[in-house]
Design a protein around this ligand. Structure first.
Ligand code: HDD
Length: 683
């Protein structure tokens, strides 16, 4: 295990001051009275009632009774890590943000990933948006980039946020289903609020079942502004691009992993950071001159639209590295409070009506969740530098403000704390000109719901399209109301008529009318087929009996190490396995304690077992599952009979070691490729 004091940065040093380690200490109450007995409460006689004067009992139970705080109303299930952001090049031409001025500047960050719908104890691999919230502890204050792994959103106006969330959460009458959008109220909302069209294409795509948090993109979603020292501004969209590429599970795996390891994604993050395989993401910005605000066929303030990368390129300006796990999940991951309104000088908001509403919601929700206005004093939320103002008191105030003055303006403290001019770094809002009548309405430029939904569909590769079709079939197949199914199918006909008619057949509803939008363009950046494919950190299951060829195995394991491929040895029991030459190998997991869906590839070593029939049967089931999930399989010389027993066809991605001197190299190339879609999986 890595020493959790590696990779110190300024934020971690600040947090160190709050850390307490109880090892080797004597137990006390919170009032520091030493405790003599922590086993039995104070009683009137050995068999008598407990006495109220037992202050230790009262304190311990009271504290326990109050251990829980409200979970987040959305994004309740999350997992976080510390890290660092390093700037590649100065962005001073575009923004005066202090942490973006000088190439090489390093800024401590804290990143929390989450699912949106499920409660905090739900399953990591649910089909859902993933939250990607980044807190930058800059020298000039905190900047929160509270994004998602999908670049668009369900709705255009924040007023509708409670509606979409009510619709997607478990239904109120029976609180079913948990962490799933596959139910009537969600799809009823979709069909009756068709601004959701673009987002549902993403939600039904592989993006909503990422392989892990390390292999997904992040997006600020809303449009922000950069403002430079001369007061000039650019509209900006923020991006995170994972260095290992964007990769997903398939639905069959996602569901099975939910049972085999509901902590799959948090475990992956914890284990890779712990092992020194630090997750990395490049930070990108799309910038748009205000003069070009109306140049495109979508409104740049509409959060249901992307800015296609082929039209407005993503400029990569730095790298985020997650290099340290938390010490305490409650203190850090749970108590961290993000807010898109936390910006620093040089970053400002746009009039995006979704963003405008978010600016209210986050502070409001923290007040409830963290019990009052002093949550900025909780260590994980503190800025790096002390903060000064005339705000006072409230629940759990930590700071002891000295002096008599808590008002502005004053003469008794020489009018301090004093405000700062723009030149001194004072935050000055961008003086955007706004004009208009007070109105509850929506700009006509927000009305095109289907063009970009179709752009997304056009950009998908054949397997990605198949997955989207299957996802719609699954989700709508769970919808009980025939009318809702029909409405959704009718809606999808605007996006792709063939998709909608196939669904109509599968769901036994009427064939829709053809309203398909006339969009032929595609955006290569949207397909995961065009992402990076590397073997690093992928995990291979090595299944072993006894009497195998140790040299063959060791050579493959050496290559795995060289390329950063992780592996586990799986056998019938934890008894070390023995090769033909007598060499023994430790076992990491057994057929009982693990599952084929938890790995990216399989190396069938095979061999003998004391219970050969069981071993053969477990092995066949394991190989079949991996094969049916389109994953690479490598077969050692002793593994051939096991593969043959599955009746799986030797096809692409199935590699035999027999008489193949390049086996290890080719196997690693296959592992990097991850899936072999041209495989007949029905065996
Ligand atoms: Fe939100 C949490 C991302 C729209 C209201 N949101 C929350 C988190 C993320 C996002 C990543 C979890 C932060 C954490 O890990 O603690 N939310 C988004 C994105 C949106 C978005 C990318 C669209 C662009 N959210 C949105 C709207 C509203 C909210 C329109 C309300 C008007 N979001 C909240 C919230 C939460 C939250 C209720 C729940 C817990 C929290 O804030 O701290 O305020």
């Amino acid at each position: 295990m890595k020493d959790n004091h590696d990779n110190e940065n300024k934020k971690l040093q600040q947090l160190n001051e709050y850390k307490v380690n109880n090892d080797g200490t004597k137990m006390t109450t919170n009032q520091r009275v030493r405790i003599s007995n922590d086993e039995e409460s104070l009683k009137a006689g050995l068999r008598g009632p407990t006495l109220m004067e037992d202050f230790h009992f009262r304190e311990k139970i009271t504290h326990f009774d109050h251990e829980r705080i409200p979970e987040r109303v959305v994004h309740a299930r999350g997992y976080a890590a510390h890290g660092e952001f390093e700037l590649y090049e100065s962005m001073s031409e575009y923004t005066r943000a202090h942490f973006l001025q000088k190439a090489g500047t390093k800024t401590p960050v804290f990143v929390r990933f989450s699912t949106v719908v499920g409660s905090s104890g739900s399953n990591d691999t649910a089909r859902d948006v993933r939250g990607f919230a980044v807190k930058f502890y800059t020298e000039e204050g905190i900047f929160d980039l509270v994004g998602n792994n999908i670049p668009v959103f369900f709705i255009q106006d924040a007023l509708k946020f409670p509606d979409i969330i009510h619709a997607v959460k478990p239904e109120p009458h029976n609180e079913i289903p948990q962490a799933s959008s596959a139910h009537d109220t969600f799809w009823d909302f979709v069909a009756n609020n068709q601004e959701t069209a673009h987002m549902i294409m993403w939600i039904m795509s592989d993006r909503a079942i990422p392989k892990n948090f390390r292999m997904m993109e992040g997006f600020g979603v809303n449009t922000f502004r950069f403002v430079n020292a001369s007061g000039q501004s650019k509209f900006v969209k923020f991006h995170w691009k994972p260095v290992l590429g964007v990769h997903s599970l398939i639905w069959d795996e996602a569901q099975k992993i939910g049972g085999a390891d509901s902590d799959f994604q948090r475990r992956d993050l914890w284990e890779t950071i712990d092992a020194g395989f630090y997750p990395e993401y490049e930070f990108g910005v799309q910038m748009l001159d205000p003069a070009d605000e109306f140049k495109y066929d979508f409104d740049i303030l509409d959060a249901t639209k992307i800015w296609p990368e082929e039209l407005i390129p993503v400029k990569k300006i730095g790298k985020l590295t997650l290099n340290r796990n938390v010490d305490n999940v409650f203190a850090e991951t749970e108590q961290v409070a993000f807010h898109p309104g936390n910006v620093v000088t040089g970053i400002d908001f746009s009039n995006d009506p979704l963003l405008q509403g978010r600016l209210f919601s986050y502070l409001d929700t923290q007040l409830l969740r963290l019990g009052g206005p002093n949550f900025t004093e909780i260590p994980i939320n503190r800025p790096l530098c002390p903060f000064h103002n005339n705000q006072r008191n409230g629940f759990s105030r930590q700071m002891i403000n000295t002096g008599r003055v808590s008002y502005h303006k004053n003469s008794l403290a020489n009018n301090t704390p004093a405000t700062s001019t723009a030149a001194e770094g004072g935050y000055v809002h961008y003086p955007e000109k706004v004009e208009g009548r007070v109105i509850q309405g929506r700009s006509k430029s927000f009305d095109d719901f289907f063009s970009q939904a179709r752009l997304f569909w056009n950009s998908m590769s054949p397997p990605e399209k198949q997955h989207i079709l299957d996802a719609f079939s699954f989700e709508l197949g769970k919808v009980e109301s025939r009318s809702v199914r029909q409405q959704v199918v009718d809606m999808l006909a605007h996006i792709d008529y063939a998709l909608a008619t196939t669904l109509a057949e599968r769901l036994a509803v009427n064939k829709p009318q053809n309203h398909q939008v006339n969009v032929t363009a595609s955006s290569p950046a949207l397909s995961q087929q065009n992402t990076v494919f590397v073997p690093q950190t992928l995990r291979t299951a090595i299944i072993i009996g006894n009497q195998f060829n140790a040299q063959e195995l060791e050579q493959v394991m050496r290559e795995f190490k060289r390329y950063g491929v992780r592996y586990q040895i799986i056998a019938e029991t934890f008894e070390p396995v023995k090769a033909a030459n007598g060499q023994t190998f430790e076992v990491d997991a057994t057929f009982l304690t693990t599952s084929p869906v938890l790995y990216d590839a399989l190396y069938v070593v095979g061999g003998t077992s004391t219970n050969q029939a069981k071993f053969n049967s477990d092995m066949t089931a394991f190989i079949r599952q991996v094969y049916q999930n389109y994953k690479p399989i490598g077969i050692a010389t002793t593994g051939v009979p096991f593969f043959n027993a599955t009746r799986a066809k030797a096809s692409e991605g199935i590699l035999f070691a027999t008489a193949n001197p390049n086996f290890s190299q080719q196997f690693i190339q296959n592992i990097a490729k991850q899936r072999f879609w041209d495989r007949d999986i029905y065996i």
